[in-house]
Design a protein around this ligand. Structure first.
Ligand code: AP5
Length: 218
């Protein structure tokens, strides 16, 4: 199963990708997570990406495409993958198509998560993240059972620097300008399914499983 999860910041792509990846034993490739890891490790790539990310702008296509190409070369992705937050521009989508064709692979489905702007702002401003294992929480909708530390690894939770009001505004604008055109791109390829992301995490997941037509396991 090779999937792309598309949608504005905060619609719940990462939350749902984690659930599908765990349930169906396929890999999640989140360019946001990969870039944040590079920033934390102060790699050359991280230093280049840092400022763009903090401001809520996109990291240059060449950087992100290189990252994803490297991941797709990894044999652990042979079972399938979920691309979370990639592609985000038409040139990224075109590069992805070329990379897959060169490997004789294809995408099975692109899911477009839809949530109102008001709800997105609520979700992003209340999000708390684990800087170590990347688990995601929400102060109101999905609080950690262990207060301000991560349930999985015990690290202190943080608020992402791009979850501040100014960066959220920029990210939403960048989404409309550069990422929303991908809806049409994938619609023309007959790969797109729209999904209402405004329900509870569990309901969205159930509807996602139906949209993907994958059998439920215990
Ligand atoms: P990235 O990390 O990909 O950020 P994003 O796309 O803006 O997406 P988010 O992680 O903010 O949201 P999400 O949809 O995954 O929602 P989540 O599940 O966390 O990218 C960060 C930056 O990296 C970019 O701005 C850019 O600079 C750079 N970058 C990344 N990819 C790039 C690319 N391809 N090209 C160029 N640059 C790139 O949920 C959000 C919150 O809501 C959480 O608190 C969660 O608990 C809560 N929540 C989730 N679902 C529900 C629900 N159903 N009900 C209630 N609350 C919910």
């Amino acid at each position: 199963m090779r999937l792309v999860f598309l949608g504005a910041p905060g619609v719940g792509k990462g939350t749902q990708a984690d659930k599908v990846a765990a349930q169906y034993r396929i890999r999640k490739i989140s360019t946001g997570d990969l870039l944040r890891e590079a920033v934390r490790n102060k790699t050359t790539l991280g230093l280049e990406a840092h400022e763009h990310m903090d401001q809520g702008k996109l990291v240059p296509d060449s950087v992100v495409i290189g990252l994803v190409r490297e991941k797709l070369n990894d044999p652990s992705h042979a079972n399938g993958f979920i691309l979370d937050g990639f592609p985000r521009t038409v040139p990224q989508a075109e590069s992805l198509a070329k990379v897959l064709v060169a490997r004789d692979l294809h995408l099975d489905r692109v899911i477009n998560f839809r949530v109102s702007r008001e709800e997105i702002v609520k979700r992003l401003s209340g999000r708390r993240s684990c800087p170590k294992c990347q688990a995601t929480y929400h102060v109101e909708f999905a609080p950690s059972k262990t207060s301000s530390v991560c349930e999985r690894c015990g690290e202190t939770l943080v608020q992402r620097s791009d979850d501040q009001p100014e960066a959220i505004e920029t990210r939403l604008r960048v989404y409309e300008e550069q990422t929303a055109p991908l809806i049409n791109f994938y619609e023309k390829k007959h790969l797109l399914s729209h999904l209402n992301g405004a329900e509870t995490v569990e309901t969205v997941y159930q509807n996602l499983v139906k949209a993907l037509a994958i059998p439920q396991t215990a």
